[in-house]
Design a protein around this ligand. Structure first.
Ligand SMILES: [Fe+2]
Length: 418
């Protein structure tokens, strides 16, 4: 036989031994990949799981059972059938098409504080079993906050998410203030994100608000609502990017400041719908703590930037309902301060700008910043235990960079402690 024929026969033999179609050029196959947990609006009794496969897998399942000390018997599981959506993404500068089926399950009817195991897949092809714990109804929790990951996700953002996980392995969720990737729609950048997140993503729920880099030509990245499963309690047309979650005694709210060309038109739908919605979710709120996350900073670290229309439209609402903390990104530097545009208001809301990825700049000279940082990558651990909110900002090498507490005296007053 000629050498070429030998090689072809050998390759065929290998394929037969493997017994399944082989993924071609990064196309997903039968095995589940990009598995990620997301918070639902009822995080103590449910959680969302999303993954993808090649298009040959036309349905997906999630198997769930309480965690135990003994070996896992799959037959003891409750099975949830996923909602499956075919989608074509594009990868690389060449815009090569990637055909996949996205599968999404919401695991419901769970016990607060319970520890569970799950796996996703179908037929002969399953993920490993992941172990996770739901939050208890009270007793305190912590979460991680990341400013923009955005670029060099596999090579350089990976160490941030891993250091954060090492610092806070019991965190209830990880929160992202937008610009998850650099070029909206790019499937290869999403691959880098998932390579960085590794087994953390299927074990710790991820919560995100979109940034301008998660939008392209006025449309949100098609990955946003298919590769993730976010709460659908926002205004029409902005579901999955504008939403809230009640987590123990916290109401966490995502305002989509990347929509409508960064809310450029103050009378446009994206601005007015979100203002009305925000007012109503704050008016009806009964949670002790309120944190708002949005991509654009209310106060910029950059001397050349100022999102005045964001403040003009949203700050009176945040102040009316005494929001505690506003977590943002976009400026690629660190700034933290408590300030108001209204001279009649005693500032109480703490505004933070941060960055987690390696695209980092100088913080400017604006005097709203009580603490600032230039050319550093950070992550934050925020814990809420009863009447005390503790905020710790760490640099990527694990050193404490900034810290404060807010204490609630329960008589309508909250006290900031630097
Ligand atoms: Fe941005």
């Amino acid at each position: 036989m000629r050498m070429k024929t030998v090689l072809s026969v050998s390759l065929l033999a290998i394929l037969l031994v493997l017994g399944r179609p082989v993924a071609i050029l990064g196309q997903p196959g039968l095995q589940p990949e990009r598995i990620v947990m997301n918070l639902t609006e009822n995080p103590s009794t449910s959680v969302a799981v999303t993954w993808r496969t090649g298009t040959a897998v036309q349905e997906g399942f999630c198997e769930l059972q309480p965690a135990s000390a003994t070996r896992i018997n799959a037959a003891d599981s409750r099975q949830f059938r996923a909602r499956t959506t075919p989608v074509r993404y594009f990868s690389g500068a060449e815009q090569l098409p990637v055909e996949v089926n996205q599968h999404a399950c919401i695991l419901t009817g769970l016990t607060p504080g319970g520890k569970y195991l799950y796996r996703v897949g179908n037929g002969e092809h399953w993920s490993e079993w992941f172990q996770f714990q739901l939050p208890a109804l009270d007793g305190g929790f912590s979460f991680i906050y990341f400013g923009d990951p955005q670029s060099d996700l596999r090579s350089q953002w990976s160490r941030v998410v891993r250091e954060a996980y090492r610092k806070s392995p019991d965190c209830g969720f990880m929160l992202y203030a937008g610009d998850i990737i650099n070029r909206a729609g790019r499937d290869d950048e999403y691959q880098q994100l998932f390579d960085a997140g590794g087994f953390i993503f299927p074990m710790v729920p991820q919560v995100m608000t979109p940034g301008n880099h998660d939008y392209r030509d006025g449309k949100i990245d098609p990955h946003w609502n298919l590769q993730f499963t976010f709460p659908q309690n926002g205004p029409a047309g902005l579901k999955g990017s504008c939403y809230f979650v009640d987590y123990q005694n916290l109401r966490l709210i995502s305002v989509d400041s990347a929509a409508g060309d960064e809310l450029e038109d103050e009378n446009g739908y994206e601005m007015t719908a979100q203002k009305n919605w925000l007012d109503s979710v704050l008016r009806t709120n009964t949670q002790e703590w309120v944190i708002v996350t949005t991509h654009l900073p209310f106060y910029s670290t950059k001397d050349s930037r100022d999102n005045a229309n964001l403040r003009r439209n949203f700050q009176p609402i945040l102040e009316k309902y005494k929001v505690d903390l506003v977590l943002t990104g976009h400026d690629h530097a660190y700034g933290r301060g408590s300030v108001s545009d209204n001279p009649a208001v005693k500032p109480s809301i703490v505004y933070v700008v941060s960055v987690s990825g390696p695209k980092i700049y100088e913080a400017g000279s604006k005097n709203w910043m009580q603490k600032k940082g230039s050319n550093i990558q950070l992550f934050q651990e925020i814990s809420i235990r009863g009447d005390v909110l503790k905020y710790n900002a760490y640099t990527v090498d694990g050193k404490l960079f900034d810290a404060f507490e807010i204490r609630n005296n329960q008589r309508g007053g909250k006290k900031f402690v630097d």
